[in-house]
Design a protein around this ligand. Structure first.
Ligand SMILES: CC(C)(COP(=O)(O)OP(=O)(O)OC[C@H]1O[C@@H](n2cnc3c(N)ncnc32)[C@H](O)[C@@H]1OP(=O)(O)O)[C@@H](O)C(=O)NCCC(=O)NCCS
Length: 306
């Protein structure tokens, strides 16, 4: 039996999520947009008794979820806020999120990517609005872009992880996060996925991109996509997509990117991507400001929006 955080008189219970229950959430999310097994990576990256992964149960049925995950000492990311349709509007969302999960965050900074219609509800609770994060989708591009002179591409598995994390430290919301270290280590080994890095002449990692498959359909999610410039970002995406099919029934790629960035706009044009789901980045207990310059696509809006 997993830990119970709170029991209500009407039978609603908030308890710790069990690892196999990530499938409920992945199924719920898949009804909206292609979703990978990101939450499995997340739950495996934290100790089994760690807080942050919440399930709402009503009369034995799993009906709600929310997660609040520390990405660094002082930064949390929140997502997977969901209540099964027939139970919406009766306070289950408020209970799991505000009564239970909020306590784990305390006064630390929480970052979420929210649907527009929840902006007011979040503002009432003290959140402030940041920028729009959009899921862009498109056909896998074919290789057409030359690698910048002096650089080489490698599969991330063939490069020292310390070099990868050195570069990641420069781009991620906080450097030297032990959580990020564990997440990224699993991330580049994801089944059915592919990760590539670019190396400078001196052998340092200067760009990183990871791809993983969705739970359903021929969709592939790309993130993080970290690179110093647009050309390098394009080369990495082309390299990641080399084995994907471009036919009309073929594969689709998806990237979560900051809509207002000029660099992102150019990359979207070059890769012929189209905007799909738009979310609003919001913060509680502080404003984390802009994403790092090298962040073209964030890691995952399911658990790590940096
Ligand atoms: C969003 C969601 C989790 C809310 O759960 P719920 O149990 O219906 O919510 P509650 O009844 O506890 O209401 C919680 C608050 O959300 C607000 N809210 C709920 N649904 C809303 C909607 N569609 N539009 C605007 N506000 C909404 C309520 O007004 C309430 O605000 P208040 O406490 O300040 O009065 C649920 O509607 C859902 O699963 N939606 C689909 C998935 C989704 O959009 N998730 C959010 C991702 S950012």
């Amino acid at each position: 039996m997993s830990l119970i955080y709170k029991e209500y008189d009407d039978g609603f219970v908030v308890r710790r999520m069990r690892p196999h229950e990530t499938t409920y959430i992945q199924q719920w999310d898949s009804d909206l947009v292609p979703t990978g097994r990101d939450l499995d990576v997340a739950i495996n990256s934290y100790s089994a008794d760690s807080d942050g992964f919440y399930i709402g149960e009503y009369r034995g049925e799993v009906v709600a979820s929310v997660i609040r995950i520390p990405l660094a000492e002082d930064v949390f990311y929140g997502s997977c806020f969901y209540v099964v349709e027939k139970f919406r509007g009766s306070g289950f969302g408020r209970r799991i999120r505000d009564d239970v999960a909020a306590g784990f965050v305390g006064s630390k900074t929480l970052c979420v990517d929210a649907h527009d219609f929840l902006e007011e509800m979040n503002k009432k609770r003290g959140y402030i609005s940041g920028y729009n994060v959009v899921m862009y989708k498109g056909k896998p591009p074919r290789k057409s872009t030359a690698l910048p002179a002096g650089t080489t591409l490698k599969n991330a598995l063939d490069v020292s992880f310390d070099k990868i994390i050195d570069y990641d430290n420069k781009c991620f919301v906080r450097p030297n996060s032990p959580y990020r270290y564990k997440i990224l280590k699993q991330w580049i080994r994801m089944e059915g996925g592919k990760s590539v890095v670019a190396l400078s002449t001196s052998g340092d990692v200067i760009a990183l991109a990871c791809r993983r498959p969705s739970v359903e359909g021929r969709h592939h999610i790309i993130g993080p996509l970290y690179a110093g410039n647009i050309l390098m970002a394009q080369v990495l995406v082309e390299e990641l997509c080399e084995d994907l099919e471009t036919s009309s029934q073929g594969d689709m790629i998806w990237l979560n990117m900051r809509e207002s960035s000029e660099r992102v706009k150019q990359l979207v044009r070059l890769l012929d991507l189209e905007g799909d789901l738009r979310m609003l980045r919001m913060y509680l207990n502080g404003d984390l400001g802009d994403l790092n310059h090298d962040v073209f696509a964030v890691t995952s809006v399911d658990f790590c929006g940096y």
